[in-house]
Design a protein around this ligand. Structure first.
Ligand SMILES: Cc1cc2nc3c(=O)[nH]c(=O)nc-3n(C[C@H](O)[C@H](O)[C@H](O)COP(=O)(O)OP(=O)(O)OC[C@H]3O[C@@H](n4cnc5c(N)ncnc54)[C@H](O)[C@@H]3O)c2cc1C
Length: 348
């Protein structure tokens, strides 16, 4: 018997899709990814990107830290007894993801800890194959495999992840560790300028490190960086080491010139990589329509349909613009409803 819905991916988009489809009695099967060294190295272990971070302060309903005061101000006084009973604490990224997974399995989602490596969307029921060799037939499929942030690949960068190295200014920029300190943003495109501009609200100075003598960003964005008195562009430079220690985390970066062999050190409390993302769509090459950056294309406005009827996409794998947990979960819900309605319309 084919599965009604197979969900591929295990970030907020995948679990939101699983919660909705399981509550709709579609008995979904979720492939959450494999636990392999390759997946660890590229940051695509089960539970997605949020599991790679510590504090998450912007997922609605889950403020960070001790929540008792938050609950006390948010709840009417007759509910305050609950606060003392439950000892409310905020959620870290990994905790939030475990809770989402648990919420999905509570409603009956079946979970397989493996990667999907092959799909055949030319036949219906669709065929999918996992890395471990499992073959599955599916009446509908939701792809929620996310997009991984690109990093420079330096061992020192790996060492200081969650200790000053980040790939998401909107996610992490407002954290206390980055406030009123000089910060570094690496990149030269629109998103690097956007991240630098955003961080300039919190930082004392933002050093924008760019390998060339001209930004790749659009003219209007480049001008925004040049006009911002808090952004100091370090032209013709690359980061060749993240500097830091175990107590403070990142304390600076070493820059290397791209025109000569000289190096210099810049003091900084954080280093933000803004050198693009890689959507996890390798296994879908030639199977679904993609953008030139290999993101899946949503083919119907305000819907999660892909180029194949019955296959839907949710989260960062189809979104190179918002890239937030809450938007991923939102489109996961949309994909679930789209799949449910499509199956019903087909009488499947
Ligand atoms: C360091 C960091 C901090 C962040 N902090 C925040 C924050 O504070 N707030 C916020 O809103 N957002 C934050 N984000 C962004 C947020 O994590 C993402 O927008 C969100 O996780 C995207 O969710 P997703 O479900 O689309 O995919 P992902 O979270 O990327 O999850 C997809 C997962 O699917 C699995 N998968 C991939 N390929 C396959 C396959 N072939 N078969 C089976 N499974 C597969 C993998 O396990 C992969 O990790 C942060 C991101 C990073 C990198």
């Amino acid at each position: 018997m084919p599965e009604h819905v197979v969900i591929v991916g295990s970030g907020p988009a995948g679990w939101a899709a699983a919660i909705y489809t399981s509550r709709a009695n579609l008995n979904p099967l979720a492939f959450e990814g494999a636990v392999t060294e390759d997946n660890r190295l590229q940051g695509t272990l089960p539970l997605g990107q949020l599991a790679l971070t510590t504090e998450v302060e912007n997922y609605p309903g889950f403020p960070a830290g001790d929540l008792s005061e938050y609950y006390r101000t948010a709840l009417p006084s007759e509910h305050h007894w609950m606060i003392d009973m439950h000892q409310k604490e905020g959620c870290s990224g990994p905790e939030l993801m475990h809770l989402m997974r648990q919420q999905a399995t509570n409603f009956g989602t079946k979970v397989v800890t493996d990667d999907i490596v092959e799909v055949d969307f030319d036949v219906h029921p669709f065929k999918l194959k996992s890395m471990g060799g499992q073959e599955i037939e599916a009446l509908s499929v939701i792809i929620a495999t996310g997009a991984r942030a690109n990093y420079l690949g330096l061992p020192s960068e790996e060492k200081y992840k969650n200790a000053g190295v980040s790939a998401c200014a909107v996610c992490d920029g407002a954290l206390p560790r980055f406030r009123n300190k000089p910060l570094v943003v690496v990149g030269g495109g629109d998103s690097a300028v956007e991240e630098a501009d955003y961080l300039s609200k919190f930082a004392s100075t933002v050093y924008l490190i760019h390998r060339r003598d001209e930004l790749r960003a659009s003219k209007i964005m480049a001008q925004r960086a040049i006009d911002n008195p808090k952004i100091d562009i370090q032209w013709n430079s690359v980061v060749d080491e993240i500097l830091g220690n175990d107590t403070d985390g990142v304390t600076g970066v070493r820059l290397k010139s791209t025109v000569d062999e000289s190096t210099r050190e810049v003091e900084a409390g954080g280093a933000f990589m803004a050198i693009g993302h890689t959507p996890n769509t390798n296994f879908l090459e030639g199977k679904l329509e993609m953008t030139d950056k290999k993101y899946l294309k949503w083919t119907v406005p305000f819907r999660t349909n892909t180029s194949v009827e019955g296959v839907f996409a949710a989260g960062d794998v189809a979104d190179d613009y918002y890239r937030q947990a809450v938007t991923a979960a939102g489109t996961g819900c949309m994909a679930a409803l789209d799949a449910e309605r499509w199956l019903a319309a087909k009488g499947l």
